[in-house]
Design a protein around this ligand. Structure first.
Ligand code: HEC
Ligand code: HEC
Length: 151
């Protein structure tokens, strides 16, 4: 019985990916508590383990902010992110800053240049469901002046 149930779950997951739903999570509470006070929680699936390691090793100098954590939560969140991380090269960050918004995948989907006064790190500026980890096309609202590609 348990087997059948699990196969069902895997199928629903596979179908939602296939249908381009792009929903992520839910994630451990600790991740939201520690990593969602300044921006949305980023789906760990959108960056490689090496990228997350880089982010977690530089929390004291985190994109101009201090996001450092106690050793316990730091280790727990690091382990979670690396376990859940993407294994695909296109999700590797291309700069030492380890921004997932600078991976080949991200640039291919979003272009190089965000619209005026918007940072790509603020996913919710365009993905209205980002706080619920919903990146499906239905939730997209594009700010004026955004040319997604060709720049
Ligand atoms: C004190 C505020 C703060 C906290 C807490 C914080 N961050 Fe950030 N984070 C920032 C700022 C500021 C940026 C840069 C935003 C921008 O470029 O507009 C950022 C950017 C990022 C980026 C790069 C986004 C991109 O452009 O691809 C990642 C990845 C990230 N944070 C992960 C984390 C993780 C993981 C945690 C929890 C361990 C965390 N952050 C906690 C402030 C914070
Ligand atoms: C300035 C607007 C904007 C911002 C900010 C933005 N996105 Fe997007 N995103 C888009 C658009 C437009 C698409 C649709 C691309 C397409 O399918 O042609 C998209 C597509 C996506 C997709 C689906 C790609 C696919 O395979 O169909 C994901 C996942 C995604 N974005 C994640 C993110 C994350 C995570 C962030 C924040 C780090 C972010 N986006 C920030 C505009 C934005």
């Amino acid at each position: 019985m348990k087997r059948v149930w699990m196969v069902g779950v895997v199928w629903v997951f596979a179908l939602s990916v296939w249908a381009g739903e792009h929903r992520y999570g839910p994630y451990p509470k600790l991740y939201g508590q520690e990593c969602a006070s300044c921006h949305v929680v980023y789906p760990p699936e959108l960056m490689t383990a090496a990228g997350w390691r880089q982010v977690m090793q530089q929390l004291g100098k985190h994109y101009g902010s201090d996001a450092s954590l106690d050793a316990g939560p730091q280790a727990e969140i690091s382990a979670f992110l690396e376990r859940q991380a993407s294994r695909r090269a296109k999700h590797a960050p291309t700069e030492a800053s380890a921004r997932l918004s600078r991976s080949n995948w991200f640039v291919h989907e979003h272009g190089q240049t965000p619209p005026p006064k918007v940072s790509f790190a603020h996913c919710e500026a365009c993905h209205t469901g980002a706080e619920q980890m919903d990146y499906s096309e239905r939730g997209l609202r594009l700010p004026a002046g955004y040319r997604q590609r060709g720049d």
